[in-house]
Design a protein around this ligand. Structure first.
Ligand code: ATP
Ligand code: MG
Length: 266
């Protein structure tokens, strides 16, 4: 709506920001390298962080750099599924016809994983929103990493979820799965300087190099968003829209405070 007015070629602060134009802050880069390590060594990893912190975006960035010839990514985000539909979802993503029976579907997944491994291809199973997994489902996940009586690791498994995932995995009944998680990483909130750089990155990714936010405005955004990217996106987008409506070009703290007030009232 306001793109042309501000000289953008794309809408800024969107969820579909080009994966090549992401804000590559230290924490994000560290997570990416640990996930790459997990993939290269076919390990079991768990990624946690608050809602909107950038977990799925980090996964998107890692997947983008994966060689599809030597790897096969299976991405699952409906965590409320039954074990049978979980195995069948994996089969579907491998272009294998599903099975009506869970034991059969499980056997077929195991076989497909072993076949890939023997052909030098690494399956990477990513389960997003994993904090919603039931104990029953987590048990199945454990079976998945328990190949050949635990002597072999043919796949990389990445669990992604809100901080409750760590609590879930730390339960006594979860120790068998928890002990197999080699890589754990928790994404943290952005600090003030990072919020400024983050905003600049989104503006640049949308095709502009203008300084559209005053430093006072950025302080307010940092304070309200607590450094959570999705919340930063929301305030920035609404602030730009407000300026467009009022025919101004600079987002200052007065604009941001007004947007935040409306947000809090709704
Ligand atoms: N490194 C980044 N660079 C640019 N934008 C980012 C980055 N990380 C996150 N974002 C932005 O923040 C938004 C929210 O991130 P994302 O959806 O990855 O969060 P999440 O942790 O997966 O949230 P949820 O817990 O709700 O699944 C993204 O749509 C994207 O616009
Ligand atoms: Mg997500």
């Amino acid at each position: 709506m306001y793109e042309e007015y501000f000289g953008f070629t794309k809408t800024p602060f969107k969820r579909d920001i080009d994966v090549k134009k992401l804000y590559l802050y230290e924490d994000f880069q560290e997570l990416k390298s640990r996930l790459k390590y997990a993939i290269d060594n076919r390990l079991f990893a768990a990624v946690t962080g608050e809602v909107g912190i950038g977990k799925s975006t980090a996964i998107r960035a890692v997947v983008d750099e994966i060689n599809p010839v030597s790897h096969k990514v299976i991405y699952i985000s409906q965590s409320d599924m039954s074990p049978k539909s979980f195995y069948n979802e994996i089969l579907e993503q491998l272009d294998i016809s599903p099975s009506y029976f869970k034991p059969e579907a499980k056997r077929m997944v195991n076989k497909a994983v072993m076949d890939m491994y023997q052909h030098g291809k690494t399956p990477i199973i990513i389960i997003d929103e994993a904090h919603l997994l039931t104990e029953k489902m987590l048990e199945e996940v454990r079976f998945l990493v328990n190949f050949n009586m635990d002597s072999l690791s043919p796949l990389c498994l990445i669990l992604v979820g809100q901080p409750e995932l760590s609590e879930l995995l730390s339960g006594y009944s979860m120790r068998a799965i928890s002990q197999r998680i080699t890589i754990r990483y928790s994404l943290k909130e952005l600090d003030l300087q990072s919020v400024e750089d983050y905003i600049r990155t989104h503006i640049k990714a949308a095709g502009s190099s203008s300084e559209l936010f005053t430093s006072e405005a950025i302080k307010e955004i940092h304070c309200f968003s607590a450094g959570i990217p999705r919340k930063i996106n929301l305030i920035c987008d609404k602030s730009l829209l407000h300026c467009f409506m009022n025919k101004t070009k600079l987002v200052d703290d007065i604009v941001v405070k007004r947007i935040i007030k409306t947000e809090l009232e709704n």
